[in-house]
Design a protein around this ligand. Structure first.
Ligand code: C5P
Length: 231
């Protein structure tokens, strides 16, 4: 299984199909809100029919019963990985797993990971606006432990948190990390970026890469290069 998840941050199915043409072997892609709300959930079926693995990044966050029902239907789409906000609490995360199991109906359920603290949230915003005292890193670890207690498979975290998450939750607990750039690339709007080599060094299990691949002159070649760095 590839360790690089390509973020398909496009708005239409046509752009996705065109972009994926050179990718002959199955790759792991991330379908997020932009694409889902632009192209509809049919895009999941389209990409699946092309043989690719799918991380459906819809970050569910609601009362447990609603998340359970939502996850049940997402599992029926046959995606490989889904996520929730850990801020929804342990009961909500347990409901997410229960919904996925019900939807998978005996087949292997999609993996489920939790977003800890959004990387766009600063310590000041977390303390003053969200009312959570202390350091962001401590909240992220606490949320990761909650996710593990709820039976989730891992978390989305920054490269800089991956090692502490593994230390707290065990090496088999998945760390999926965005904010990756090749040394030669622009940072775009990302504040703290890291290279695939550094992500590997920090023990990140999978990396999410968007623009470094999608805006590259040779997306497939760049993907292969990054995948080699991670393996
Ligand atoms: O283009 P780039 O590599 O920056 O894209 C990163 C992808 O990961 C985007 O789809 C972005 O929404 C997502 N992401 C992120 N930072 C987070 C969570 C998700 O960049 N904390």
């Amino acid at each position: 299984m590839s360790k690089t998840i390509i973020a398909l941050d496009f708005s239409t199915a046509e752009e996705v199909v065109e972009f994926l043409k050179p990718f002959e072997e199955p790759v792991y892609v991330k379908i997020g809100m932009e694409l889902t709300y632009g192209a509809g959930l049919d895009i999941v079926r389209t990409v699946k029919e092309m043989g690719h693995h799918i991380f459906l990044d819809l970050k569910l966050h609601d009362i447990p019963n609603t998340v359970k029902g939502g996850m049940k239907n997402l599992a029926k789409l046959g995606v490989d990985l889904v996520n929730v906000h850990a801020a929804g609490g342990i009961e909500m995360m347990k409901a997410a797993v229960a919904g996925l199991e019900e939807g998978a109906a005996g087949a292997k359920r999609p993996l489920c990971i939790a977003v800890t603290v959004l990387t766009s949230v600063s310590k000041e915003a977390m303390n003053d606006q969200l009312g959570i005292p202390g350091e962001v890193q401590d909240t992220a670890i606490r949320y990761a432990l909650n996710a593990k207690a709820a039976g989730l498979d891992g978390v989305v975290c920054s490269v800089h948190e991956a090692a502490s998450v593994h230390e707290a939750c065990g090496k088999d607990f998945l760390t999926v990390t965005p904010g990756i750039r090749l040394a030669s690339d622009s940072k775009d709007d990302q504040k703290r970026v890291a290279t695939p080599d550094y992500a590997k060094e920090q023990g990140c299990d999978m990396i999410v890469v968007g623009r470094s691949i999608t805006k590259s002159a040779d997306p497939y070649g760049t993907y292969r290069k990054i995948e080699e760095m991670m393996n």
